[in-house]
Design a protein around this ligand. Sequence first.
Ligand code: ADP
Length: 180
Amino acid sequence: MGRALYPGTFDPIHNGHIDIAVRASLLFDRVVLAIYDAPPKKLLFDTAERLQLAQQALAHLPNLEIVTYKGLTVECAREQKADVVVRGLRNVADFEYEQQIGWANGGMAPELELCCLFCSSDYAYLSATILKEVASLGGECGAWAPGHVLDALGRKFDRPLRSTAQKPYLRREDKLVHHD
Ligand code: ADP
């Protein structure tokens, strides 16, 4: 079902982002996860670091590739020949933001469709901001991101973080349904 662009800051990628990437990879033929190079917010990880963390987290998705981009998301979508922009929804606040930005993008690129996917309720409270804050204060965040992301956060904040997830995140095989 076409080619989707999944844009975001991914500073760093966490299990909520991965949840949406897995869902998108099952819905679309190709998914391009696009890491916004210079968002108007303070970053913990530089672009190369965010790319490497996302690549390692999503290496198991055969139809997903990762790029970085500068400038408008709609320009990136055109360059990547995407028909659809995918975004994740956690709550009403996300909905209002995505509706606003979706209409703005739709005005610039009417050919582009917006597809918002609900994340699992397990991650409905999770944001990269909360992950970084809890990690920086030495709180329990072991179930929120893959082990290599926790390691990278631990290095930034000079404290080891332990993975505690039983099932680290949604896997493709959890969602695959076989029809005989
Ligand atoms: P942005 O700065 O563009 O919002 P983010 O990296 O914060 O970039 O988020 C990228 C996308 O992932 C957005 O669509 C966002 O709604 C979604 N997202 C963020 N956190 C979660 C989560 N816990 N569960 C599902 N989707 C999420």
